[in-house]
Design a protein around this ligand. Structure first.
Ligand code: MN3
Length: 201
């Protein structure tokens, strides 16, 4: 199976001014495409060819000989989720089962948002901050580089890319401003609800 970069589920202007068309073109068409191309090249002719993306992420984790496969498969998985869970006019508080589970796990939305912002701000260097299903609860976690909570037996339902390529053109070094704009103006909570329903089956 050859992996393919999905089209964005909105046009390149849709997320401006919070995420510019220029950022989306570079981030999706160049950075994400490179992960997909590298992944396809790296797995060709190996025992991982033909496996699902999730299987490849899990199978390559922690194996020094498969570090490149892990980095690129993880980043492909991470970005596919990232594009899916944003929309024009998104952000703010969720409803539905996501809201109930956020209240159960964190007390209220504002406490969740503070934890998520702190995780995203304090991930040193490149990486991600996540809201993930862990057993019967939700957790905020952060991961370095292309790592994903899947390899820690969690299922991420919301994630923010805090690699500089995700925000530098729009926010320069002001990562906390980017994270706040993501939560307040970009998160597609209806899609996060779908991710949650898939994760809890
Ligand atoms: Mn990225």
């Amino acid at each position: 199976m050859t992996f393919k970069l999905s089209d964005l589920p909105y046009d390149y202007e849709a997320l401006a001014p919070y995420m510019s068309s220029q950022t989306l073109h570079l981030h999706h068409d160049k950075h994400h495409q490179t992960y997909v191309t590298n992944l396809n090249n790296l797995i060709e002719g190996t025992d991982l060819e033909g496996k699902s993306l999730e299987e490849i992420v899990k199978a390559s984790y922690g194996d020094p000989a498969k570090q490149g496969i892990f980095n690129n498969s993880g980043q492909h998985w991470n970005h596919e989720l990232f594009w899916r869970i944003m929309k024009k006019g998104g952000g703010g508080k969720p409803g539905g089962e996501v809201a109930r589970r956020i209240d159960d796990a964190f007390g209220n939305y504002d406490t969740f948002a503070e934890q998520f912002k702190t995780a995203a701000a304090t991930q040193f260097g490149s990486g991600w901050a996540w809201l993930a299903v862990s057993g019967d609860t939700l957790k905020v976690v952060k991961t370095p580089n292309g790592e994903n909570p899947l390899v820690h037996d969690m299922v991420p339902i919301l994630g923010i890319d805090v690699w500089e390529h995700a925000y530098y053109l729009d926010y320069q070094n002001r990562r906390p401003e980017y994270v706040a704009a993501f939560l307040n103006n970009l998160v597609n909570w209806e899609e996060v609800e779908k991710e949650l329903q898939n994760a809890i089956g």
